[in-house]
Design a protein around this ligand. Structure first.
Ligand SMILES: Nc1ncnc2c1ncn2[C@@H]1O[C@H](COP(=O)(O)OP(=O)(O)OP(=O)(O)O)[C@@H](O)[C@H]1O
Ligand SMILES: [Mg+2]
Length: 699
């Protein structure tokens, strides 16, 4: 029985009240008089035993105090009478000998009657108040409608410092400066510097923007107000603007201070956008924000920090110097950054001696801080589940796979036919990738279902990549086709399993033609505006800004790229059919092949010949000077080759493809990862024919 909850509930108080009232009543009434019959009472009066009599009018009661005890009744008895007997009783008392008597006429208590009258009103009022306050989500909020909801981060709250943020050194440097501005404004004003009003942190989800802001709060030593952009949005008109005003007033009173608005795109969106013009309430809120950020008062020492994933939808007025003077990108970490983040999150997680976080960092290209934190947490959970004390490499590897492709599906039993097809499909991807000249090495192939995929092939970049060449993209197209081609060549009856590959390949080809200027026919022209309209869906907003004939050319160019890739894959698989068969039978037997096993299998793959030199136009004469040689690639994961890890997994830098040409425009990088990094073999495609959920595989 949960006694604590019982004490807190209303039932308890009602019970206590009832008991108190009952005790009170019995104290007033039960004053030790025993009741006797009226007849016996009258008899007593006639005798000589009575000492004192009290007649209570209104209650029609007579209290008798006796000289000697009357049997069991003691010396105090009382009896009641009916009104018509009144005269007779009075006579009897008057006639009684040797008796002191007294009449009592009880007065009604005015206070009690007033209480009786008001009580119902008080109760109704209380119920109303309770309902209203619970509707507002807390007793004291009823009257605080237009007040800002900002929380003052108190000094006692768990302290995050810059130590806890790894791999974001540039961002930290910039924010360190903010700390100094607030500490010694005079130093900066002496040389005529204007202290920045705002700092905008932007970057993909999970890269540590909120974490950075919290670290500033922990380190700044000034009042820190934290609020989320959506807190300004309410269903009542004008509340947002009033909240902005209140927030800045609070901060100014406590200046120097920092205000942090998380997810500022909720209020800072471009004005006048959306279907049928702007949203008035949001624009009022934004206007108020603009006014507060550079009002007339230039001296106040309040700095606004904001975070967003989408700086591209923010209103330009918000981004101009004088408002958000500083704009800091927070990117997914590089190799060293990943290792540092892993070290931060490995604190308090006991690991076996052979775990090397540097190796783990190498296996997780493209992972954000949040992903890495998740990997370590998953590994810890898996370890705890198996009742082990130390986290080992196996748990870490499994955790990486889980974060990338979802948990293993042991219960999904594939029949032999499905297994065979999957083995050839994945083998086709892997072999095609291995036979390409500009592809990263294949590091893992598996036909164990995981997440949505029935099997997958992983291709690991040797180092972090920030741009992709045309040949690399063409290779990606070719090995994306590898799975389908294997099915065609081997079974002469392809399955639905290639739908995801086809989708990814088409998307890459489209970008090559319309964004990266990699088609000679179309030329270096950007076609269509990506995500131009923030209020329409991302793809719905795609406007076509070119003619029908260009559209036709684009379509035929995309088709040509895909067809060429298809042909290349066909050629490679046909030429290496013996290896494909061996690979498939190995896969059927072992289910998962790591990069060492694959290396052995692919030792004498007949590679695709180099593609001819590409010229954006025939008319531009090619230079006689040969192309500058590329520095040779670093060797593959050396530690893994030494056998320190059983298998090697990775997700390929999906973003790198998207990042080409996305100069500083994070939005393009954030949602464009289409590189066929892991080739899923989603065969029951009816079920999954919708847009692929962000399973973590394609970033
Ligand atoms: N650089 C980092 N160092 C250490 N931990 C990190 C780092 N980046 C992210 N993390 C981990 O990931 C978690 C999520 O990060 P955070 O909330 O800061 O992401 P965000 O950038 O604000 O994402 P969103 O844009 O989705 O709000 C953090 O709580 C932290 O555990
Ligand atoms: Mg955040």
């Amino acid at each position: 029985m949960d006694f604590k909850r019982l004490f807190r509930g209303p039932v308890f108080y009602v019970l206590v009240g009832a008991i108190a009232v009952w005790i009170g009543f019995s104290l007033i009434t039960g004053s030790g008089f025993r009741e006797v019959t009226t007849q016996h009472g009258l008899d007593l009066l006639k005798g000589t035993n009575v000492e004192k009599v009290l007649i209570v009018d209104g209650e029609q009661r007579v209290d008798l105090t006796l000289k000697k005890a009357d049997g069991d009744n003691g010396t105090q008895v009382q009896f009641y009478y009916v009104a018509p007997r009144g005269a007779e009783i009075v006579q009897a008392v008057t006639d009684a000998k040797d008796v002191q008597f007294d009449d009592q006429v009880p007065q009604t208590n005015w206070f009690m009657s007033l209480l009786g009258l008001l009580l119902p009103f008080i109760i109704i009022g209380l119920i109303f108040w309770f309902l209203l306050s619970s509707m507002q989500g807390g007793g004291s909020r009823v009257m605080q409608f237009g007040k800002s909801r900002a929380k003052l981060v108190s000094k006692e709250s768990p302290k995050v410092t810059f130590e806890d943020v790894a791999g974001a050194d540039e961002a930290i440097e910039e924010l360190q400066e903010i700390k100094e501005f607030l500490k010694e404004p005079a130093k900066f004003q002496a040389v005529g510097a204007r202290i920045p009003k705002g700092v905008l942190l932007y970057g993909p989800p999970g890269t540590g923007k909120t974490l950075l802001a919290r670290a500033v709060a922990g380190e700044a030593g000034v009042p820190f107000y934290s609020i989320s952009g959506s807190d300004f949005v309410e269903m009542f008109v004008g509340v947002g603007a009033s909240r902005v005003r209140d927030l800045f007033n609070q901060a100014k009173e406590n200046a120097p201070a920092i205000i942090f608005i998380d997810e500022i795109d909720a209020v800072g969106r471009h004005r006048g956008a959306g279907i049928g013009g702007g949203n008035d309430e949001r624009e009022q809120t934004l206007n108020q924000l603009l006014v507060e950020m550079d009002g007339f008062d230039v001296k106040t020492n309040v700095i606004l920090i904001a975070a967003t994933n989408r700086p591209d939808v923010l209103d330009p007025a918000l981004l101009r110097p004088g408002r958000f003077d500083r704009q800091i990108t927070v990117e997914a970490p590089d190799l060293k950054g990943r290792e540092q983040i892993l070290h931060v999150h490995a604190k308090g997680k006991p690991m076996t001696d052979d775990v090397d976080l540097a190796v783990l960092a190498r296996k997780t290209p493209g992972f954000t801080g949040a992903d890495l934190a998740n990997v370590l947490n998953e590994a810890a959970l898996l370890t705890a589940r198996s009742n082990a004390q130390l986290i080992d490499n196996r748990a870490l590897d499994e955790a990486v796979d889980r974060v990338m492709a979802g948990p293993q599906r042991r219960t999904r039993m594939m029949n032999d036919k499905e297994k065979l097809i999957t083995a050839y499909h994945e083998g086709g991807h892997a072999l095609a990738a291995a036979a390409m000249r500009h592809t990263d090495p294949v590091t893992k192939v598996t036909i164990l279902p995981r997440g949505r995929a029935l099997g997958y092939t992983m291709v690991l970049p040797v180092e972090d990549k920030y741009s992709v060449t045309r040949n690399e993209l063409l290779d990606q197209l070719t090995y994306a086709m590898g799975g389908r081609v294997a099915e065609e060549i081997v079974f002469h009856d392809p399955t639905t399993g290639a739908s995801n590959d086809i989708e990814k390949a088409t998307s890459i080809a489209r970008r090559m033609v319309t964004e990266y200027g990699m088609s000679a026919e179309v030329g270096s022209v950007k076609l269509g505006h990506g995500s131009g309209e923030p209020f329409l869906g991302r793809d719905m907003g795609q406007q076509r800004d070119y003619s029908e004939s260009i559209a036709e050319t684009v379509d035929s160019e995309i088709r040509r790229l895909i067809e060429t890739a298809h042909d290349e894959a066909w050629q490679v698989l046909n030429e290496n059919r013996d290896i494909l068969d061996k690979l498939a039978s190995e896969l059927l037997e072992k289910e998962t092949l790591d990069h060492l096993q694959l290396e052995a299998l692919f030792a004498d793959v007949r590679k695709l010949p180099e593609r001819p030199q590409w010229l954006s136009s025939e008319n531009r004469p090619s230079s006689n000077v040969p192309p500058v040689a590329m520095p040779s690639k670093a060797p593959i994961d050396r530690d893994a080759t030494e056998g320190r890890v059983a298998s090697d997994r990775s997700r390929k830098v999906g973003e790198s493809a998207a990042r080409v040409g996305a100069t500083g425009d994070e939005a393009a990088g954030a949602h464009g990862a289409d590189a066929p990094n892991i080739d899923e073999h989603v065969r029951n495609s009816e079920e999954h024919s919708g847009p692929a959920p962000s399973s973590g595989i394609t970033t």
